[in-house]
Design a protein. Sequence first.
Length: 336
Amino acid sequence: MNNKNQLPIRQPARYQWLKSEPEFDPGKHLALETPEKIWSLKEFGYTSDEINQHPFPIAITTAFRMLSHEGLEAMREVTQQLIDFSSTSDRIGNFVRGGVYRSKFLRDFCNSPEITSFIEELVGTGVIPHTMPLYQGHINLLPKETNRDVDRWHLDTVCLDYVLLLTDPKEFEGGHFQFYPCHKDEAISSLNGTGKKSIQPISMQIPDAGYAILQQGNMVVHRALQVTKGDERTTLVHSFLPENLRAKDISQLSDCSPIDPHEILFTEWARHKAFLSQRKLEHLIKHLPFTDNRELICQRLSEAIKDVQSAILEISDESEKRLVYYGNDGLTDPKF
């Protein structure tokens, strides 16, 4: 496992490892290939100032291969065993969270140094597998209701993730990954009928199982369409954090609160925020200049512990939370 700036996964007592599963072998299970095209935020209409406020210049990629034939078979063997632990929500019809607490294969895959290095090459800067295991290896399944999208129009509350198709696209119809090739504000306005112009989304063609797309998902409005024919459509979504200490953490507790068990989520959130502050405190210990500037010293200390302070406020907030999605799925406004 990659130990570069990341937290070890501690298995909660309520989870047990799968009794039988393959052992992850990057040499046998990975077949990483560079995508043909990477759209930039600039191409989507973001200004230079907006782009500079975010850790990555990319918007989204075309589909690229991630898994070998053996890797796909192994991943399908694991995900089939995890289906029994599926849940539902008002935005996502059928999904599995916390799979890395049950599958060592999935845990090691999501934290693979080889995949992390590959993603870094695509985005041009350092990344870390998300420190919250609930954000690692999220699995989207075919909804049990036949008349709903796999996932509705939304923005991610992680800044970088890949969506890996695990079902042969010849085995189902519909279910395309779609995204708006424009600024997220324009896309949301178009979906809600308040925009100055109608913008057409792009349907991403994923050529085969074992292929993925990479996106800065908080900057690209996207969804997975309804499946019109077929019994399966399974994807794996895995998230990353920027390695840059100055990057803003856009992860949101409110996005997880409606769908994850709180006895797991709150501890994960506290560890995640403590990890971010720990890295900043370590940097401060090494690099804080000798100075009698009290204001500067206090400012640096405040910046270092800001993540922990925000976590205390967020965990203490007992108000009801809902997943955010957009469009006309029975709504006239975004749902909060």
